[in-house]
Ligand binder design. Sequence first.
Ligand SMILES: [Zn+2]
Length: 482
Amino acid sequence: MAHDLAIRGGLLATATETYRADIGIRDGRIVTISEAITDAEDVINATDRIVMPGGIEAHCHIAQESGMGVMTSDDYESGSISAAFGGNSSFIPFAAQKKGQSLTNTMQTYDARAAPKSVLDWSYHLILTDPTKAVLAELPEVFAKGVTSFKVFMTYASRVSDAQFLDILSVAGKHGALTMVHAENHDMLDWMARRLVDGGNVAPRYHAPSRPGLAEEEAINRAISLARLAEAPLFIVHVSTPAGAELVANARAKGGQVWAETCPQYLFLTREDIDKPGMDGAKFICSPPLRDAPTQAALWQHVQAGSLSLVSSDHAPYRYDDSGKFSAGRDVNFREIANGMPGIEMRLPLLFSEGVGKGRISLNQFVALASTNAAMIYGMMPRKGTLSVGADADIAIWDPNETRVAGEMHDAMDYNPFAGIEVTGWPVTVLGRGRRIVENGKLIAEPGSGQFIKRAPLDLTGHPGQPVPELDPAQNFGANLS
Ligand SMILES: [Zn+2]
């Protein structure tokens, strides 16, 4: 037989096309796409199903300690399983450096957490919290291992100064790595939070006004300027304001090497969700915070226009108990409650139902947002992110008509912030390198069957950058800046 497995009768969807074809798989890769494949050992019948590239979850926190030292409820087993049930074939959680820890040691720590447990292929974004000279010197080694993206913070205790940020960007830019940034102005947030708490406004709901959209706008503008001066590409994580998205769109329209994402919580939830009695609002504390309905509508426009390239979950699972949200105690103000909410399994069903199902985005835009753009931005093309001959057989088979009311998920959480939302369209079968991970709603893959994905540098072809005159020897009296 020419094929180990054939997917027959489905409607194929990529980021550019929708058409009827069969897919033939051998040794974990797609080897044939044709009208009819009859020579396969094993067949999956995909009649009345949509067959698309497996989702790539590019922003999630798995087996990671938060800045406050709280461990996420999900490890690589529950996290990858929940992601698979949500239509993903691979994911890129964070590997967070601790103060004083070398990057090599950071990677080893996370390899030990991921390799025995993950059912999905995985990579990491490194989180840089202690950018000493020695650590910056280690960065190229990490990039060479295939971890070609990493994140820094402009807020929290682990924030970097503008000067540190410039040094980091410069090293990254020289080695083809992508710097991701959590962009909020730390002092603006701190000033607002102190005023709220001093005035006795301590309930979880005050988390929302404590982080003004203006703080995000200011920091995104600054981050884009810093990246421009350092001549380095930049990715803005979890954009929650249209003003922020506009800055990204404007920069890119001028050649800027800037990309961004938003998250389901900013498209499907609002400030009203955090306005709950007692401590229940804690379930909706995430940063940046939930905003209002007009913000939500404007973010959808940026998703439609392509100024936001990804919709990522920012799955940050802290349970509604003393192990998570209330690890600093129950009788606390909003500043002491763990930040983040789960969503790794809901991301794609929500985006499909509210996006494709309600005519906001095309099926092809959905595939781009779910998978293809992440593969391009994070250096996984052509292995991941599309259905093409030679690509890994990372495939999600969706039933576009199945309606469910969101309830319990396969993660290790004790609540689902999207519970009760009616969603039409679910992934029923998910393959990773031709292996069945989930089939007809049942887990098939064994923990540890995922593999590390060695990623390439971001391809900047077609994104010339926005030149800064003072860096040009013809305009800076020949100064040597290298
Ligand atoms: Zn995050």
